[in-house]
Design a protein around this ligand. Structure first.
Ligand code: SAM
Length: 288
């Protein structure tokens, strides 16, 4: 192969390599080439005759993508809430439906001044960063068991200038964190351990995906934790088939005020709960 090809020729080769492997081969070829050349996509169209060196390096990148390596890990970019976040291998790639978790949390937080929020499982930081950006009186503590995730989340908090309002702590759930919180927000791992995921998703960290034998075990632990810690509100993302088990569990734990939200495809996607457990006086048996 010639080592020098034009932008047009390179794009055509990339499309051929990606066809049948990814959903939008032309678009991805353009994204990959603009990433490789450090130019925007518009530049590609206005310079389609321009000769490019190191074509082999670019085509190796395309081949990696054709083998199902996630695009976001190659470009180290992911779009969320119309912003560009930094991501890298080892950290979950943000999903569009998680924007709803931010929206549902904000619906509750808008009525609380200077709220203190805990995010369990911060990942790339998208949820905490967006909450801090969209409500400027929030104080947030964000935990993760993954050091890599905490580092990426901190990078994003710096990028969006909210690092002074989010404390990142390496912790499982809220272990060793004594603070009181108005809200816990979480998009925890909620996929059942034996669920067969697509190959590209399996490139993402297992501890970000699998929530136990049934999948909802971590969600239930977070519900228990919210009750034990006297947190006022809990908002979580969950799997599309977990509404019944979560609803039953919230009910069994005495949480009356609760609701579920759907994603844009109409699938159940999360819940909120006012964590107000009915407590009875031991002697009189009346509500406290
Ligand atoms: C589904 S990802 C969500 C990441 C990010 N919040 C988002 O919405 O894209 C779940 C995250 O929870 C973290 N995690 C798993 N178990 C945890 C635990 N016991 N305590 C804290 N974080 C945990 C994983 O490392 C992962 O970053």
């Amino acid at each position: 192969m010639r080592s020098h090809l034009s932008v047009r020729e390179l794009l055509n080769r990339a499309v051929l390599l990606l066809e049948g492997r990814v959903e939008r081969p032309r678009l991805e070829a353009e994204i990959l080439l603009s990433f490789f050349l450090k130019k925007d996509r518009l530049w590609l169209f206005s310079h389609d005759d321009e000769t490019i060196r190191n074509c082999e390096d670019f085509l190796n990148l395309v081949k990696k993508r054709a083998l199902n390596y996630p695009l976001e890990y190659i470009t180290q970019k992911a779009s969320f809430y119309s912003r560009e976040f930094f991501v890298k291998e080892g950290v979950l790639i943000p999903r569009p439906e998680t924007e709803l978790l931010v929206d549902e949390s904000l619906k509750i937080l808008k009525n609380i001044s200077n709220a203190k929020v805990a995010e369990i499982g911060v990942g790339s930081g998208i949820v905490s960063v967006m909450l801090a950006l969209l409500k400027d009186d929030l104080e947030i503590i964000a935990t993760d068991i993954s050091q890599k995730a905490l580092e990426v989340a901190y990078e994003n908090a710096k990028r969006f200038e909210v690092a002074d309002r989010i404390e990142f702590v390496k912790s499982s759930f809220l272990d060793n964190i004594e603070d009181d919180f108005d809200m816990i927000v979480s998009n925890p791992p909620y996929i059942a351990n034996d669920f067969k995921l697509e190959e590209n998703v399996l490139r993402e960290p297992k501890e970000a995906l699998f929530g136990g034998e049934k999948g909802d075990e971590i969600l239930k632990r977070i519900i228990d934790l919210s009750i034990d810690r006297g947190v006022r509100y809990l908002v979580c993302e969950m799997g599309y088939d977990q509404k019944n088990s979560i609803d039953e569990y919230l009910k069994s734990r005495g949480i009356k005020k609760r609701g579920f939200y759907k994603d844009l495809s109409g699938l159940d996607r999360g819940f909120w709960a006012r964590v107000e457990v009915e407590r009875l006086d031991d002697k009189t048996n009346k509500r406290l």
